[in-house]
Design a protein around this ligand. Structure first.
Ligand code: PGA
Length: 249
């Protein structure tokens, strides 16, 4: 089984999301047992996209949430609101949330807990910056992010969690991590989880994944799927990534 996720970031209005869904679902999609497909859309498009995707088997997620159930948090959206809009999953700890918006490991741990409590599946994102990689601290950074971010979870909670390994220097830059770097990071994360919880979860790779490199990345040991940014915006490109996942599922 492979997982293919699209992260639309701050792109697409409702009509654009609808047009994407129409085009993407024209082609026959893989049986959901082989490849799971999800799109993480902006808050304003979630309900429209979920409706447009209907029974296609493609599910919809949010890109962020606030950990509180409700309250005086202007501009924020809770897990319950995401579910209500039709989201089944949520991204937590994407590098843009960590580095552009300054979200801390502790705040992210609260978000993961809140998402799971509400019944949302969660993709928890981790990854080192270029400085951290060059300083040789990649494993240290991944250990810290996993330990702190998942600090409030039990082994049973992991049924509804996936990790995404996204080296910050490979996101939106066109620079893909080398196969050896991907394999090392994924195996390290799987080991971390086994040591800590006695089990592991799917670990997705993200960072400049596109049709031309998807097959190689998806064939790398320890890679259970991909989180695709830029190349998920065009339905044709994203479909090619899904086809690559089918071949390796
Ligand atoms: P990218 O983004 O594929 O455009 O590099 C990946 C991500 O940010 O999840």
């Amino acid at each position: 089984m492979k997982v293919v996720c699209g992260n639309w970031k701050m792109f697409k209005t409702q009509p654009e999301a609808k047009a994407w869904a129409r085009s993407f679902t024209e082609a026959p999609l893989p049986a959901t047992g082989d490849v799971k497909v999800r799109i993480y859309a902006s808050f304003t498009s979630i309900a429209t996209l979920a409706d447009a995707l209907g029974k296609s088997g493609v599910s919809v997620g949010g890109q962020n949430l606030h950990p509180a159930d409700d309250g005086a948090f202007t501009g924020e959206v809770s897990a319950r609101m995401l579910l209500d809009a039709g989201a089944e999953s949520v991204l937590v700890g994407h590098s843009e949330r960590r580095h552009v918006f300054g979200e801390t490991d502790e705040f992210l741990a609260d978000k993961v807990r809140s998402a799971l409590n509400a019944g949302l599946h969660t993709v928890f994102c981790v990854g080192e910056t270029l400085d951290e990689r060059e300083a040789g601290t990649t494993h240290e950074v991944l250990t810290r992010q996993v330990e702190r971010g998942l600090a409030r979870l039990s082994a049973a909670d992991l049924d509804r969690v996936e990790l995404a390994y996204e080296p910050v220097w490979a996101i939106g830059t066109g620079k893909v991590a080398e196969v050896e770097q991907v394999r090392d990071a994924h195996q390290f994360l799987h080991e971390q989880l086994r040591t800590r919880y006695g089990r592991t979860v799917p670990v997705l790779y993200g960072g400049s994944v596109k049709p031309s490199n998807a097959l190689e990345i998806l064939s790398t040991p320890g890679v259970d799927g991909v989180l695709v940014g830029g190349a998920s915006l065009q339905p044709g490109d994203f479909l090619e990534v899904v086809r690559a996942a089918e071949k390796t599922a």
